[in-house]
Design a protein around this ligand. Structure first.
Ligand code: GAL
Length: 355
């Protein structure tokens, strides 16, 4: 019976189709056909876009999250193009990275995404890209304003390069506020001053410079208290170095240390190990803040072993970087900068901060 009904139905459809021979129906059919042909042509003309990426070094927790998301996002594009993304490890060596960039250029890559090993190399990289007329998206390590302005008004290369990142001043300020907003403002010994240790990233990096400066200036402004820096050491964004520095400081300054500021979470994870090993308790007799919101740091905040961190939004940053690269490949003019906000993370908003 079902079969019979189906046969009758399709027969009726056929009859109605045959009967529909009016001019307007024919025109609609032709239009539909034309649209389908255009779509097919677009898909067929979808090109392979070669994207050359160089990350300052693969062995960096935050940049690992960033590059993984970048690769994934390119793979999710539905514009008919195929994105062939080649991500290389700069190994913390500018000469190595420059070599990679030279190779990308020589092999006719369509666009480059560069996380500089040294931000001072931006001008050289831009010169090379300009000469080859290949758009370039700088990420994570902000070049100087002078370098960013170099080809700003250039007739051929203006609008073909950009920087995508987050304003490190904001992350520093958020760190300072997290400590200033504590009921005792972090001043455990009540002497009207915050005794602290600063663990810096790579000091050539503006993220390290700004976080170091603005965490303290904002703390002072928000708390109305003074500060006393007991130590400042470079930890190069590295967990083991963070652990070593803070272990030494704890044995040298002991109870005098009220707060440890780390320019990133990897170093804060190391600091947390040192703090625990020294028998100190975060939230009770010491405070600890980082930046990035790595999963391990989030777990420590939940467990009360870190005071807070600042979410460094690698998802939005990598997406914006890819969007900018795609725009440039399509001949669209780029803004000079694309910014992504940081978000303060403490136990108060830990479950909702990036929702
Ligand atoms: C920072 C990040 C650090 C490190 C650094 C590399 O933005 O907070 O963890 O990845 O970039 O340049």
């Amino acid at each position: 019976m079902k079969k019979l009904l189906a046969t009758l139905a399709s027969g009726a459809m056929l009859l109605s189709l045959v009967g529909c021979s009016s001019a307007s129906t024919a025109a609609t059919a032709a239009a539909t056909e034309a649209a389908a042909a255009t779509e097919a042509a677009a898909a067929a003309s979808g090109k392979t876009v070669k994207v050359g990426v160089s990350i300052y070094k693969f062995d960096d927790n935050f940049m690992t999250l960033y590059r993984t998301e970048l690769q994934k996002y390119f793979g999710e594009q539905t514009d008919g193009n195929t994105y062939q993304v080649d991500i290389q490890d700069g190994k913390g060596d500018q000469a190595e990275q420059t070599n990679q960039i030279d190779n990308f250029i020589q092999q006719g890559y369509d666009v480059l995404i560069i996380n500089l090993v040294q931000s001072t190399s931006a001008a050289t990289v831009m010169d090379k890209c300009k000469e080859a007329n290949i758009p370039c998206v700088f990420i994570n390590r902000q070049p100087s304003d002078d370098d960013m302005n170099k080809y700003k008004d250039d007739a051929t290369y203006g609008g073909k390069y950009t920087y995508v990142g987050a304003d490190a001043r904001q992350s520093g300020k958020f760190q300072g506020e997290i400590v200033a907003d504590l009921p005792n403002k972090g001043d455990l010994n009540g002497d009207g001053k915050l005794q602290y240790v600063m663990v810096q990233g790579d000091p050539e990096n503006v993220d390290a410079q700004y976080r170091t400066e603005f965490s303290i200036s904002q703390y002072k402004e928000k708390s109305g208290l003074d500060v006393e820096q007991l130590d400042m050491q470079r930890g190069d964004w590295d967990q083991a170095k963070g652990q070593e520095i803070v272990a030494n400081d704890l044995s040298q300054y002991g109870d005098k240390i009220e707060c440890v500021f780390c320019n990133n979470d990897a170093m804060a994870l190391g600091a947390a190990q040192a703090i625990e090993a020294a028998g100190r308790t975060v939230g009770k007799d010491i405070y600890l803040v980082g930046v990035d919101a790595l999963a391990d740091a989030i777990s420590l905040i939940k467990a009360g072993k870190m005071t807070g961190t600042v979410y460094n939004d690698h998802v939005s940053q990598s997406h914006k970087a890819a969007d900018a690269a795609i725009m440039a490949v399509n001949g669209e003019k780029l803004d000079q900068f694309y910014w992504v906000d940081y978000i303060k993370v403490t136990s108060d908003n830990i479950d909702t901060y990036n929702k």
